[in-house]
Design a protein around this ligand. Structure first.
Ligand code: BGC
Length: 262
């Protein structure tokens, strides 16, 4: 692997953020650049913003692949869902659209999977020998399942149906904000959510990411679970760092890939 930093870009509902990542340490090599997500956030419009971010860091990153996150299921470069993004992403060949717009190799990955990879390689689950489940609490709930350092992609545990509801509509941190819930009240919703997660997956470690994890000491101690539950460490750079790590991993192991791309 070259010593040059690798660009990671995190596409969110309000902002698109990118930075070059030093893969030996997981640190950002430069300050993040954030550009507003276009109002009509179709793959084509978002690709234009991604191109601006790539151009901004072009001198630092060289010609290699870059990693890009998206809050959707991604199989073989095609986005398959759009819970909290423009519906035009459903079944869009997004990786190809980005590659054509940028003229370089892209690895497109679910945002929570990227955050999980980052925590597994550099953060709260570094070198963990067992089953780790990362959940990101934000607009929705994202999830990543990692067993002995290997990511099982596209788990989508924010959409478990619990008590007749899509789980993220009850326990995402956006619900706490919308309803003005105290941390005590919000913790009750999280307790129900993680009880179901424990019943189904028996993780050894649960890592909690998303913006609200900066206040982890206000609600994690209120949860009673068998698994250890800890806040994520990389906070708002997890998506960027994980995307960069996965991009390199993916292109180094092309021979092991299922499907037609790359
Ligand atoms: C989406 C996931 C995403 C999560 C966090 C959910 O609504 O279905 O793909 O990881 O939100 O952004």
């Amino acid at each position: 692997m070259s010593d040059r930093p690798v660009l990671g870009i995190d596409i969110g509902g309000s902002g698109i953020k990118g930075a070059p990542v030093k893969l030996d340490t997981g640190e950002l090599a430069s300050k993040r650049l954030r550009i507003e997500t276009p109002k009509k956030s179709t793959p084509e419009n978002v690709a234009k913003v991604v191109a601006e971010i790539v151009a901004n860091f072009a001198d630092q990153i060289g010609e290699g692949p870059i990693g890009v996150t998206i809050p959707a299921v991604v199989t073989h470069g095609v986005t398959r869902s759009a819970a909290n993004i423009d519906k035009s992403w459903i079944d869009a060949p997004a990786e190809k659209i980005f590659e054509e717009a940028l003229g370089r190799d892209i690895y497109l990955v679910n945002d929570a999977d990227a955050a999980g990879a980052a925590e597994a390689h550099y953060g709260a689950a570094k070198d963990h020998p067992g089953l780790v489940l990362l959940t990101t609490l934000g607009t929705g709930i994202g999830s990543a399942i990692i067993y002995r350092g290997v990511l099982v992609p596209n788990s989508e545990l924010g959409h478990l149906e619990i008590d007749g509801h899509d789980a993220e509509t009850q326990a995402a941190s956006s619900v706490k904000d919308k309803l003005g819930l105290s941390y005590e009240k919000y913790a009750k919703r999280l307790q129900r959510y993680y009880d179901v997660i424990e019943k189904l997956f028996s993780p050894d470690l649960i890592v909690v990411g998303g913006g609200v994890s900066k206040d982890a000491e206000k609600f994690l101690p209120l949860l009673k679970l068998k698994a250890e539950i800890v806040p994520a460490k990389l906070l708002n750079s997890a998506g960027i760092v994980g995307a960069a790590w996965l991009a390199v991993d993916r292109f180094q192991h092309q021979d092991l890939l299922v499907g037609s791309k790359p």
